[in-house]
Design a protein around this ligand. Structure first.
Ligand SMILES: Nc1nc2c(c(=O)[nH]1)N[C@H]1C(S)=C(S)[C@@H](COP(=O)(O)OP(=O)(O)OC[C@H]3O[C@@H](n4cnc5c(N)ncnc54)[C@H](O)[C@@H]3O)O[C@H]1N2
Ligand code: MOO
Length: 392
């Protein structure tokens, strides 16, 4: 058995190089750019009014100005503004040639229907004008390499006319759920049967990590079936996650199957609770994880070991964050294993929940963090500062 830190180090040493792909802009949300993105246009590509009002030459601000012409958003015909005149203008419209300032319509008076008197004592030259190229300059970097594409970033790229984005590719993932006892929700639960919940939580958290390409297989505790499915999964996808059957029982065939499929074991079993029987292996650039079947153990191991891998491959912000908090109660444990307790965190304080057993998901459903009690500790006292992993 190895320590949590050793397990994390071994996984880190085996993370494959990131791959690149070009995606249509509409599909790029949640990815990270793998190259600098240049703007092909000045945005805005003309001097633009940011208010409904009147375009003027600033030097004319104290004159009575004759209102000539109108510019509305979408006007494509240029208009020349002469001295001593003003032009009606609306938000988003191009500025007439010669105009350098826009006065809001709330700050003027109209005389004799078509004469403008300005009553804006704070008026400054260039007020209410968006300069050409002020949001993006032609042939300069609009969004740099390694930027996370949030909703706003996608909107910005659309606004500069971008249609395709170079991004770090997402790995494809297979999930293999093993167990004779498993039935899908929706069926009657017969004696000895268990509703299959791991695929539900793992598909959800994979999606949260930005993985859409997920192939899910359910197999019986049958050595040949496990081996055949693992061979298929590893030939088709970059990452394979087996669930259940990684322990020492007579029906736990996963470790044998990995050997038969030529997967090189990097480690099996970690000094931690829950999740002690966690397995990690590699085949060429492909990664194989064996999560313990107990749902709480499976999800804890996923957060600890698979979330960081996905975030590194895709250079995406991770959905977990390590920080410190003060305990609201004591918790006792034996030295020997690192414990990850389902807990709630608020205002700098962490409270371990009841129901820490690894078959139970009830407390996990309530938890927003995992509280870490190190291998050699015998627990914690109330008001002690401990490390926690926030789950976003
Ligand atoms: N003699 C020993 N027995 C066990 C040890 C050990 O060290 N010595 N370790 C225990 C620990 S810790 C864990 S964790 C489990 C892990 O076992 P497996 O990975 O082999 O998982 P299974 O036996 O297949 O299942 C465990 C448990 O989880 C339920 N399960 C499995 N898959 C699902 C699923 N998709 N959805 C919902 N529930 C699932 C399954 O029914 C079992 O109750 O081994 C201990 N034993
Ligand atoms: O370590 Mo197991 O994952 O606690 O039940």
């Amino acid at each position: 058995m190895i320590s949590v830190q050793e397990a994390q180090n071994i996984i880190n040493q085996n993370i494959p190089k990131e791959k690149h792909q070009i995606l249509p802009l509409k599909e790029a949300f949640g990815y990270t750019t793998s190259e600098d993105i240049y703007s092909k246009y000045n945005i805005p590509n003309f001097s633009q009014s940011s208010m409904d009002g009147y375009a003027i030459r600033f030097e004319d601000k104290d004159l009575k100005l004759k209102i000539v012409g109108e510019m509305s958003a979408g006007t494509t015909e240029p208009f020349q503004l002469e001295n001593g005149t003003a032009c009606r203008i609306f938000t988003g419209a191009p500025l007439p040639i010669g105009a350098d300032t826009v006065v809001m319509q709330e700050k003027i008076k109209i005389e004799n229907n078509d004469y403008l008197i300005i009553e804006d004592y704070d008026l400054e030259k260039k007020l209410n004008i968006r300069d050409a190229g002020s949001d993006a300059k032609k042939d300069t970097i609009a969004i740099s390499k390694d930027s996370y594409l949030s909703a706003a970033a996608i909107g910005y790229l659309a606004g500069i006319g971008c249609t395709e984005v170079p991004v770090y590719a997402q790995p494809s993932v297979s999930l293999i759920l093993t167990g004779n006892e498993l039935v899908q929700p929706g069926n009657n639960l017969e004696f000895g049967q268990v509703f299959e919940s791991n695929s539900y939580q793992l598909e959800s958290v994979l999606k949260q990590c930005g993985i859409n390409s997920i192939e899910t297989f359910w197999v019986k505790d049958d050595p040949l079936e496990v081996e055949k499915t693992l061979n298929l999964a590893i030939s088709k996808t970059d990452i394979v996650i087996l669930v259940g059957g990684v322990s020492v029982g007579d029906y736990d065939y996963v470790i044998d199957a990995t050997k038969k499929c030529g997967i090189e074991q990097q480690f099996h079993k970690i000094r931690q609770k829950p999740g002690k029987p966690f397995y990690f292996g590699t085949k060429d650039e492909k990664l194989v994880f064996g999560l313990p079947g107990n749902p709480s153990s499976a999800l804890t191991c996923f957060y600890l070991y698979i979330v960081p891998v996905l975030s590194k491959i895709m250079k995406r912000p991770t959905i977990t964050e390590k920080t410190k908090a003060t305990t609201t109660s004591s918790y006792k444990k034996k030295a020997g294993l690192t414990h990850f307790l389902k807990a709630t965190y608020a205002d700098g304080k962490v409270t371990p929940l009841h129901a820490q057993e690894s078959y139970r998901l009830q407390s996990f459903a309530e938890a927003n963090c995992l509280m870490i009690l190190p291998e050699n500790s015998e627990g914690c006292e109330k008001d002690e500062v401990v490390e926690i992993i926030l789950l976003k």
